[in-house]
Every structure is written in C-alpha cells, then in structure tokens.
Design a binder for this molecule. Structure first.
Ligand SMILES: CCCCCCCCCCCCCC(=O)CC(=O)SCCNC(=O)CCNC(=O)[C@H](O)C(C)(C)COP(=O)(O)OP(=O)(O)OC[C@H]1O[C@@H](n2cnc3c(N)ncnc32)[C@H](O)[C@@H]1OP(=O)(O)O
Ligand SMILES: NC(=O)C1=CN([C@@H]2O[C@H](COP(=O)(O)OP(=O)(O)OC[C@H]3O[C@@H](n4cnc5c(N)ncnc54)[C@H](O)[C@@H]3O)[C@@H](O)[C@H]2O)C=CC1
Length: 288
C-alpha cells in the first residue's frame, strides 16, 4: 500500500509521458511538467496514442480512458505542480547539472515529506542529491524502462544519503504501478541494468562501424539468437540516440575505456539523427 497518491512528473519526453500515463492509469493524481506547451501537447499526444492501443486491445475500458486523462494535469510551472504532491519523479535529460537544478527548484516548493525520485539511466544518485544539502535523504533512483507502461521492472538505486524510509516508499509506489523492483544498494554509475545493456549495444554499433553486416542483420541476429523483442540498433532508435550518448558519456567518465562513446554515435547525434523522436536514426521513421 502506497501513501504516494499525488505524483508530479518533471519532463514529458519519452520516459516522462509514460511514467505519468502509467501513474494515472493506476489511480494516482498526476501533474506533468515540461518547459513549453508545445512539449506538453506532444506528451499528451503520445499518451493518447498509447491509451488508444490499450483500448483497442481490450486492456482498458473505453470509459476508463477519459478517467485516466482526468487524473492527469499538465503545466509548465514546477512550483505549481509540486506544491501538494507526495512524490516527484524527475525525468528530464541525462545531465547532472540539469537534474540538480530541477530538483533544487522542486525542493523549494514541494512538501517536506515528498519523496524525490530521479529517473536517471546511469548518473550517481549521490551526486544528484548533493545539490540538496539536508534534503538528500529524500532522493532515490527510480529507473524505469521504455515503454514505461509495459516494461515490468523499476530499478531502485540507493544513494549514500537515501533513507530507508525513502526506499520503502519508492518500493510501495512501484508496486502500486504493478512493477517488479530490483534494488541497487550501492550507488555506482550505470547501476545494474545500464552497464549490462550498454555493452551489448556498443558491440552492435562497433560491428556496424566495422562493416560486418547490415543494421537489419545485426538486429535480426540478436532478436532470433537470443529471443530479444527488439535488436540493439532498433532499440537505440526507440530509446533516443541523444539519451544514449549522454548516458555513455557518463559511463565512460565513471568506468573508463570500455564505455567510450563510438564515433558513429557522436556523428549521428551531431547530425540530428536521434531515432524515432527525430524521424531518422539507424532506420528511417519519417512515415511512422
Ligand atoms: C546503439 C548503440 C549505442 C550504444 C549506447 C548504449 C547506452 C546504453 C545505456 C543507456 C540506457 C538508456 C535506456 C535506459 O535507461 C533503460 C531502457 O529503457 S532500456 C530499454 C528497455 N526496453 C526494451 O528493451 C523494449 C524491448 N521491446 C519490447 O519489449 C517490445 O518490442 C515492446 C513491448 C516495446 C512492443 O512489443 P512488440 O510485440 O514488439 O510490438 P507490438 O507493437 O506488437 O506490441 C505488442 C503489444 O503491446 C502493445 N503496445 C506496444 N507499445 C505500447 C504502448 N506504448 N502503449 C500501449 N500498448 C502498447 C501493442 O498494442 C500490442 O498489444 P496487443 O494486445 O498484443 O495487440
Ligand atoms: N529513453 C529511454 O529509453 C530512457 C531514458 N531514461 C532517462 O530518463 C530521462 C529522460 O529521458 P527521455 O525521456 O528519453 O528524454 P527526452 O529527451 O525524450 O525528454 C526529456 C524531456 O525533459 C524536458 N525538460 C528538459 N529540461 C526540463 C526542465 N528544466 N523542466 C521540465 N522539463 C524539462 C524536455 O523538454 C523533454 O521533453 C533521462 O535521464 C534518461 O537517461 C531512463 C530510462 C529509459
């Protein structure tokens, strides 16, 4: 049973809109924040498409669709969104300084009992929380997986100052969303899952750079040999190559050479080929 009923999600991109949608589907009152109305409209459009898929497949009653949207309010004001919440899930871009600044603004306006979750892929929770002084005990890593509405796991990450109460409340919230959890009990960049996944995906890109096979065959090899639902390059387009580059940059700084970002990835991001979100990545998504 969770006491975290009112939830603010900061950042309505690939992850934030999914976390907000799922929370509303599970009965939470949700406030979704982004930097502009245009971004919020785009988040609402993604949520609408996903809800339609649930309705079409019979997993959501058409009447309940409207109730989900009623529980979800959008705003560009962090102060307004967090003033009465029990939980904040920060899902802005993967940059330490940006996450610290957002959480500092949150702390200035949120109730003192509110839990502060950060949906980082690899950043140190301790480093993020260090910007919050005595409030660092309220910060916990809540690493969701894309698409958040469907994936089964939330990886919880304990920073040096995270209190047992904060972890317990985050576990209860994840359970209220129907998620399984694993706890990474020692804060280390990349936690458990991103260190695993980065190695496999980096190899895919190195094979592409070496001209070993087409993107299609690299993806097919992984899907059919290991029964993965998506190949690593396809998944890169799905998750966002800019987010991958930011995550790898952090993993490289923390763990060294084995995570050095491939030149091809840097070039693709520089060229604006970010995957589905920009219409082109390893594959062409302009028609979808
Ligand atoms: C590339 C080189 C770069 C190297 C750098 C590496 C850096 C790595 C570190 C950074 C990591 C960053 C990422 C991170 O932190 C964590 C992650 O998120 S990792 C990604 C985790 N996610 C996955 O692995 C997803 C894998 N894919 C899947 O599980 C499936 O493909 C998926 C469930 C997405 C879709 O299922 P699939 O069967 O393939 O397709 P369908 O379209 O048929 O859908 C099946 C079923 O599900 C419904 N559905 C799908 N999506 C949605 C949705 N968004 N909303 C609602 N419903 C949805 C669909 O309608 C179908 O329903 P039916 O009833 O079965 O018809
Ligand atoms: N894409 C993925 O597969 C996954 C990403 N993550 C992590 O989730 C976080 C978000 O990633 P994505 O959703 O992919 O990024 P994204 O780029 O799709 O979305 C980020 C959103 O945050 C908004 N934003 C930026 N600064 C803001 C601010 N100050 N206040 C409010 N909103 C702000 C942006 O406008 C954008 O809409 C990152 O830390 C990432 O590493 C975690 C799991 C999976």
């Amino acid at each position: 049973m969770t006491d975290l009923q009112r939830v603010a999600v900061i950042g309505g991109g690939v992850m934030g809109n999914g976390i907000a949608q799922l929370s509303a589907m599970k009965g939470h009152d949700v406030r979704l924040v982004d930097v502009s109305q245009e971004r919020l409209d785009s988040a609402l459009a993604s949520i609408g498409t996903s809800l339609d898929r649930f309705v079409k497949s019979g997993k959501l009653d058409a009447g309940d669709r409207a109730d989900v949207l009623d529980r979800l309010r959008t705003t560009t004001s962090v102060a307004d969104a967090v003033s009465d919440v029990d939980l904040v899930v920060e899902a802005v871009l993967e940059r330490l300084d940006v996450k610290q600044a957002v959480l500092a603004e949150v702390v200035a306006h949120a109730p003192v009992a509110a839990v502060l979750g950060t949906n980082t892929s690899q950043l140190s929770i301790t480093a993020i929380a260090s910007a919050l002084g005595d409030e660092a005990h309220r910060v916990v890593g809540m690493h969701f997986f894309n698409p958040a509405v469907l994936m089964r796991l939330v990886e919880l990450v304990v920073g040096l100052e995270t209190s047992p109460e904060t972890l317990a409340r985050a576990e209860a919230y994840a359970a209220s969303l129907g998620k399984e959890t694993v706890v990474c009990r020692k804060d280390s960049p990349g936690f458990l899952t991103s260190r695993f996944s980065a190695i496999l995906r980096m190899e895919a890109l190195h094979m592409l750079e070496e001209g070993l096979a087409t993107p299609e065959d690299i993806d097919k090899a992984v899907k059919l040999a290991f029964n993965h639902p998506m190949g690593p390059l396809e998944l890169g387009d799905f998750n966002g190559l800019d987010t991958y580059l930011d995550a790898l940059t952090g993993l490289h700084a923390a763990h060294g050479e084995r995570f050095r970002p491939p030149v091809e990835l840097k070039n693709m991001v520089a060229a604006g080929r970010l995957g589905r979100k920009s219409g082109r990545g390893f594959y062409d998504h302009s028609g979808s």
